[in-house]
Design a protein around this ligand. Structure first.
Ligand code: SF4
Length: 347
């Protein structure tokens, strides 16, 4: 007999639909129960994301300001120098991140770029950070090169259901994405893969996305759930808003279907109120991107996150417990001093 919280790879659409259609409180209770079986409910993992090559991407993802197909006024940048990446990684570590994600707007990494990205992985790891990259499609050889360099995670999102996919992207297929994920898995790296909600998809597409992720032979270790950030100049700039309760339900169902994965609140978090974010943590989200910049879209200021964590009694998940705990304590202390100062008027 199967129990709530078992890892399953045979989810059917009817089962997923039934979860989505549970009364809200029942769904939240189930999701929170599964969450508590697998994680400390008051801990959130924190990653920082840096764009190491911005814009002029040949792909046509309709949500993306980095696509060369749309004119969004985004400033394009070449591949960032390794030293500059290291500077940013050190800063991320100082502010409490345990994982440093580096993203490049490419169809796939070119042979000539591989030595640079490999160098980035090795040097960022030397700082004691976990590493993650998102560089587009990977063949077997490039996946192995990155794994040999020590890359911990590779991000490649499925974005949406197979049925809705070609309304969003035409320059690479769903199968291309699945192939990349397979190459990543075979290389021994961990998978970060999720999708974007609010692109005009139906509820059925949201079931389909979660089924694709959960029914993989090994579920992704990290599952980013993005809320579309509507950027002027992209084809999705005027799409209807997604009901926030549908977003929270999707997080809760993802938690139930992928009990041991970190479910990450990603793009779109900046527009969410504290209350909305609190609900997503309650629904089972336990990872966020942190810092000033989430690729090219705004992300809440670092301190807003710390303030929210304090209000909710949430701790940052530690990787190297002692030194990171000291850093977090220093940050909290700093914030306390700042808040204390704000209570006094300059006379
Ligand atoms: S592949 Fe990535 S960077 Fe390129 S258009 Fe799609 S989402 Fe944007």
């Amino acid at each position: 007999m199967q129990h709530l919280g078992d890892i399953r790879h045979d989810w059917t659409e009817a089962e997923v639909k039934a979860l989505f259609e549970l009364p809200f409180n029942d769904l939240m209770f189930q999701a929170q129960t599964v969450h508590r079986q697998n994680f400390d409910p008051n801990e959130v993992q924190v990653s920082t994301l840096l764009s190491i090559k911005t814009g002029a991407c040949p792909e046509d993802c309709k949500y993306c300001p980095q696509s060369g197909h749309y004119n969004t006024g985004l400033e394009k940048e070449r591949l960032m120098q390794v030293e500059k990446v290291l500077e940013k990684a050190k800063k991320a570590k100082e502010t409490g991140s345990t994982r440093f994600c580096m993203g490049a707007a490419w169809k796939h990494p070119a042979d000539k770029d591989m030595p640079y990205v490999i160098e980035m992985v090795k040097r960022v790891k030397e700082l004691g950070l976990e590493t993650c990259m998102t560089l587009g499609m990977l063949d077997e050889s490039k996946a192995n090169q990155l794994a040999d360099a020590g890359l911990d995670y590779y991000n490649h999102n499925l974005d949406t259901s197979p049925e809705f996919y070609d309304k969003i992207i035409t320059t690479r297929t769903y199968q291309d994405r699945l192939d990349t994920l397979q190459n990543v898995r075979d290389s021994g790296m961990k998978i970060c893969s999720g999708g974007i909600l609010g692109m005009g998809e139906t509820a059925k597409d949201r079931y389909g996305l979660l089924m694709q992720l959960a029914n993989m032979p090994v579920q992704p270790e990290s599952v980013p759930i993005n809320m579309l950030v509507k950027v002027e100049g992209t084809p999705l700039e005027n799409v209807d808003d997604l009901d926030h309760l549908d977003f929270i339900r999707t997080i809760a169902v993802a938690r139930i279907m992928m009990p041991k994965s970190h479910v990450r609140l990603s793009a779109g978090r900046e527009k969410m109120s504290d209350e909305m974010q609190a609900m997503t943590f309650f629904a089972g989200a336990n990872s966020i991107f942190y810092g000033e910049c989430l690729l090219t879209t705004p992300n809440p200021e670092t301190h807003r996150d710390i303030q929210l964590f304090r209000k909710l009694g949430i701790n940052m998940e530690q990787r190297i417990s002692d030194s990171d705990a000291t850093q977090e304590a220093a940050l909290m202390n700093d914030l306390q001093k700042q808040q204390d100062r704000e209570h006094f008027y300059e006379a």
